[in-house]
Write a protein that binds this ligand. Structure first.
Ligand code: NAD
Length: 279
């Protein structure tokens, strides 16, 4: 039976360390601003969770809600204001944005120095050349789990399923940086199951409930499930956890795996930004 990669426990450890650092601060607090456009139901839940956790650990937090019909200019004006606000050290634009808004234009407007999600092209570029300023929170959370559980990456074959800018692509670069041999798979990959069977480290970021079956997994592989899906009113990952845990050496649960790590790393990035602005 696989050992759990317990993201809930590790995220609490990271957040408690941050809390004790924040408590020692005299007047200023690290500040996080979240922009939510529209009424996407999952996004509302994610934003509420981020705000609650930020406050719980002593951060200053602002949530800016804009209607889905708002114009791009309104979002850009808000970002300009937040870029200049001395109370704010991290700005996060919750994705996805409504279809009439150009996501790239919005992400490009966030100051790279406050881009705690790491999605600004400058920050993605810095990550890709191996000199990161902000690393996207979800991939960073996955890497922290590997570190905590002393999972050797050097020389291992890591298969990442999903090529989004939020998860798959940055994660592949982080794995490469740790000398893994990386294969990125996506919706057009042929023989996905056969490719996955060669993975020492298998990471799924697809968004399809229980898609990764036991037959995809090599005996003793490390399996990380980034997916968050709703199935019969329950949150499940991309991985058929019940069966795959019998074959894997390590596995992340959903919920309680990568999800809480993402929020912990968001706060950690905000704290680092605060320190940079304060120094
Ligand atoms: P996305 O839709 O941008 O990307 C999905 C990727 O999966 C694409 O690259 C696509 O090519 C690939 N894909 C789709 N169907 C496939 C198939 N049949 N075979 C192989 N590849 C396939 O999604 P995303 O934003 O990267 O998110 C992926 C999942 O991770 C979602 O479930 C999302 O909710 C979850 N997520 C979780 C966290 C977290 O904190 N745990 C953070 C971000 C995203």
């Amino acid at each position: 039976m696989a050992t759990l990669l317990d993201g809930k426990k590790l995220s609490q450890k990271i957040c408690s360390t941050l809390k004790s650092k924040v408590e020692k601060l005299k007047d200023k607090k690290p500040g996080l601003a979240v922009i939510l456009v529209g009424d996407h139901s999952a996004s509302q839940i994610y934003v509420a969770k981020k705000e609650k956790t930020a406050r719980e650990f002593g951060f200053y937090s602002e949530v800016h809600k804009l209607p889905s019909a708002c114009e791009e200019k309104e979002i850009l004006n808000l970002i300009k204001y937040l870029n200049e606000s001395p109370k704010i050290h991290g700005i996060l634009v919750q994705l996805p944005l409504p279809a009439h808004i150009q996501t790239h234009a919005i992400l490009n407007a966030v100051s790279p120095l406050k881009d705690v999600d790491g999605f600004h092209p400058l920050n993605l570029g810095r990550l890709f050349i191996g000199d990161p300023l902000f690393i996207p929170c979800t991939p960073q959370g996955v890497m922290e789990l590997f570190k905590e559980y002393k999972i050797e990456l050097s020389g291992k074959h890591a298969v990442v399923i999903g090529r989004s800018l939020i998860v798959g692509k940055p994660l592949a670069h982080l794995l490469l940086g740790q000398n893994a041999t990386v294969t990125i798979c996506h919706s057009k990959t042929k023989n996905l199951e056969a490719v996955c069977q060669t993975a020492d480290i298998l990471i799924s970021a697809i968004g399809k409930p229980l898609f990764i079956k036991n037959s995809f997994v090599k005996e003793g592989a490390v399996v990380v499930d980034v997916g968050i899906n709703r199935l019969n009113n329950k949150i499940v990952g991309d991985v058929d956890f019940e069966n795959v845990q019998k074959k894997a050496s390590f596995i992340t649960p959903v919920p309680g795996g990568v999800g809480p790590m993402t929020i912990a790393l968001l706060l950690q990035n905000t704290f680092k930004s605060f320190e940079r602005f304060s120094s």
